[in-house]
Design a protein around this ligand. Structure first.
Ligand SMILES: Cc1cc2nc3c(=O)[nH]c(=O)nc-3n(C[C@H](O)[C@H](O)[C@H](O)COP(=O)(O)O)c2cc1C
Length: 191
């Protein structure tokens, strides 16, 4: 049984959270929402975000979004996220997040740029819903492969370059673009 109870709130200064291996989830009709400034600093988080991550609003506002980064997530995915946003495009991605109590929760995130009246990017917006277990099962081996590649490289820069190349290869073996690849996973959720 997956744990759908809220994370236990933690108080005090942020510290490094160690994953416990416990999985948490949320209801299929719920959305986890956050907004950031252009650097990825959190400016808004909804109640579902706070409940599932186990953080209080005061603990997330003003923090970089890697607050909930899970160490099992490959850098290549975030590299793709930021390069896509930098081009003014939106991105769907399966992301494993780390709650404040060490539990993890998978999301299917849709991340978009937000524009001001002058047409400039004022920040970013992410809406996340609960992914199907089947999609998580399909994406997990790919992320494990990317992470293994990253661990072979001592510098973060070399790691992300190597795993981004590998990710492009793995995607190309299955689809003509990342969009097509991710949509094949998303549409497999419906069936
Ligand atoms: C709108 C938005 C939402 C994001 N949501 C997440 C998230 O849910 N989990 C996460 O690990 N990173 C998220 N990121 C990416 C983080 O900013 C960061 O790039 C990532 O956690 C990797 O951190 P690192 O470079 O310190 O390894 C988000 C970024 C933006 C702009």
């Amino acid at each position: 049984m997956l744990d759908t109870r809220p994370a236990v709130r933690r108080h005090g200064a942020p510290r490094t959270t160690r994953p416990t291996g416990a999985e948490r989830t949320f209801a299929p009709d719920e959305l986890i929402v956050s907004k950031t400034d252009p650097r990825g600093v959190i400016t808004y988080a909804n109640d579902v975000f706070l409940r599932v991550s186990g953080y209080g609003l005061d603990e997330v506002i003003g923090q970089p979004h890697n607050l909930i980064r899970h160490p099992a997530m490959p850098r290549a995915v975030f590299g793709l996220l930021w390069s896509t946003l930098a081009e003014g495009r939106e991105l769907f991605a399966y992301i494993n997040n780390l709650a404040s109590d060490g539990a993890h929760y998978w999301v299917l995130a849709h991340v978009t740029p937000s524009y001001g009246p002058d047409g400039r990017v004022v920040g970013y917006h992410s809406n996340r819903r609960r992914p199907s277990p089947g999609a998580v099962r399909r994406i997990t081996p790919m992320y494990e492969q990317l992470l293994a590649e990253e661990r072979r490289h001592p510098s973060a820069r070399a790691a992300v370059a190597a795993s981004s190349g590998l990710m492009a290869e793995l995607v190309a073996a299955q689809a003509s673009s990342y969009e097509e690849f991710i949509w094949s996973l998303i549409s497999s959720e419906e069936s």
